[in-house]
Design a protein around this ligand. Structure first.
Ligand SMILES: *[C@@H]1O[C@H](CO)[C@@H](O)[C@H](O)[C@H]1NC(C)=O
Ligand SMILES: *[C@@H]1O[C@H](CO)[C@@H](O)[C@H](O)[C@H]1NC(C)=O
Ligand SMILES: *[C@@H]1O[C@H](CO)[C@@H](O)[C@H](O)[C@H]1NC(C)=O
Ligand SMILES: *[C@@H]1O[C@H](CO)[C@@H](O)[C@H](O)[C@H]1NC(C)=O
Length: 288
C-alpha cells in the first residue's frame, strides 16, 4: 500500500467509526454550522476557507482539513505546536492566517482546484466527528481589467464609434460583453478578434464595438451614452469597466458635408478643373 492509500484508508475509517460513535453517544452536541469554500478562486489571490462549528460545550480535539481526501492541515489545541501542515501539491497553507476555524491558501496554483473537506472532533467519549466538504475551482480573472480602449470623449452624428474591450491573461477564456445604456449590444455592431494564447495557458480576449452614430440615436439618448464592458470567466462574477461618452447633436448636416467636401471633394474639384481647362484650351487651340 502506498502512503496515499494508507492516509485515505485511515481517514475514511475514522469518519465511519466516529460517525457511528456520535450516533450511539446520544449527546450529539457537536454540530457543523457552516463550511465556506469559494466555488471560484482567482489564481492571483489568496483564499480563506472557513469551517464554523459548535462543540456543544465539549472541548475541541482537532480540526483536520483535506483536499481530495489528503490531509493538508491539522489544528489540535491540546498539542504544541497546535498547527501542523502537510505537504500537498497545489495546497500552500499560510500558517499565520490559519487557525481553529480558518485556513488561508496562498499562492494558489491550478492544482489547488478540488474537493475541500473540514473534519471536526471533540474529546467527548469516542471522539464524535462532523464533516463538511465543498468543491473549489481555480480560475484567472482578467489581469488589470477588463479595459475599454480607443473610445473618445465626444462623438458627432455621422461618426463611427469604435472601441475595444480586452480581458487579459485569463483562464479559461473570458466571455466579453458590451452594454450601452445597460442594454447588451447586438452582435452585428461587434468586431470579433482572434483569441491570443500565452503560456499557461492564459488567454487575451478582445471584443470590438463599431457602429455609425445616427441622429435619432443621439436625440433619444440625450447627448450622453453609458458604455460598459463585462468580462466573465467561468461562473465567477463578471468584472466590469465602464465610462460614458458625450454626443454632439449636429443640427448641422451642412457642417459635415462641408467638411467632407473640404477633405476629399476639394482634391477632385481641382483635378476636374485642371482637366476641363486643358480640354477647353486644347479645343480653343485646334479651332484656330
Ligand atoms: C509568519 O509569522 C512569522 C513570525 O511571526 C514570520 O516570521 C513569517 O514570515 C510569517 N509568514 C508569513 C507567510 O507571513
Ligand atoms: C464535487 O465534484 C465532484 C466531482 O466533480 C462531484 O462528484 C461532487 O458531488 C462535488 N461535491 C460537491 C459538494 O459539490
Ligand atoms: C482593436 O483591436 C484590434 C486588434 O488588436 C486593432 O486592430 C484595432 O485597431 C483596435 N481598435 C481600437 C479602436 O482600438
Ligand atoms: C496577452 O496580454 C499580455 C498582457 O498585456 C501580454 O504580455 C501577452 O504577450 C499577450 N499574449 C499574446 C499571445 O499576445
Amino acid at each position: 500500500m502506498t502512503k496515499t492509500q494508507v492516509t485515505w484508508y485511515a481517514t475514511t475509517l475514522s469518519v465511519v467509526i466516529i460517525s457511528v460513535a456520535a450516533g450511539i453517544g446520544g449527546k450529539g452536541a457537536l454540530k457543523l454550522l457552516k463550511l465556506e469554500v469559494p466555488q471560484w478562486a482567482d489564481l492571483r489571490s489568496s483564499v480563506t476557507l472557513n469551517c464554523q462549528y459548535d462543540t456543544g460545550g465539549d472541548s475541541l480535539y482537532s480540526v483536520k482539513w483535506y483536499k481530495d481526501e489528503h490531509e493538508f492541515f491539522r489544528y489540535t489545541p491540546g498539542l504544541n505546536p497546535k498547527t501542523l501542515v502537510f505537504n500537498l501539491d497545489g495546497v500552500n497553507v499560510d500558517e499565520n492566517k490559519s487557525s481553529s476555524t480558518v485556513v488561508t491558501l496562498f499562492p494558489l496554483t491550478r492544482k489547488s482546484s478540488g474537493n475541500y473537506k473540514c473534519e471536526v472532533s471533540t474529546d467527548a467519549p469516542n471522539f464524535p466527528t462532523v464533516v463538511g466538504d465543498a468543491n473549489m475551482t481555480v480560475i484567472a480573472l482578467p489581469e488589470d481589467g477588463p479595459r475599454i480602449e480607443g473610445l473618445r470623449q465626444w462623438y458627432t452624428v455621422g461618426d463611427y464609434l469604435e472601441a475595444n474591450c480586452t480581458a487579459k491573461m485569463t483562464f479559461p477564456e473570458a466571455q466579453v460583453t458590451w452594454y450601452i445604456n445597460n442594454l447588451e449590444v447586438d452582435s452585428y455592431l461587434l468586431e470579433r478578434y482572434a483569441l491570443e494564447v500565452s503560456d499557461g495557458p492564459f488567454y487575451n480576449s478582445t471584443l470590438g464595438l463599431r457602429f455609425l452614430l445616427k441622429k435619432d440615436w443621439v436625440d433619444t439618448n440625450k447627448y450622453k451614452m453609458d458604455v460598459k464592458c463585462a468580462a466573465k470567466v467561468s461562473g465567477a462574477d463578471a468584472k466590469m469597466d465602464e465610462t460614458s461618452v458625450r454626443l454632439r447633436a449636429v443640427t448641422d448636416h451642412t457642417l459635415s458635408q462641408e467638411r467632407h467636401i473640404y477633405n476629399t471633394g476639394a482634391v477632385f474639384t481641382n483635378y476636374w478643373l485642371v482637366i476641363l481647362t486643358i480640354f477647353v484650351l486644347h479645343c480653343y487651340g485646334t479651332q484656330n
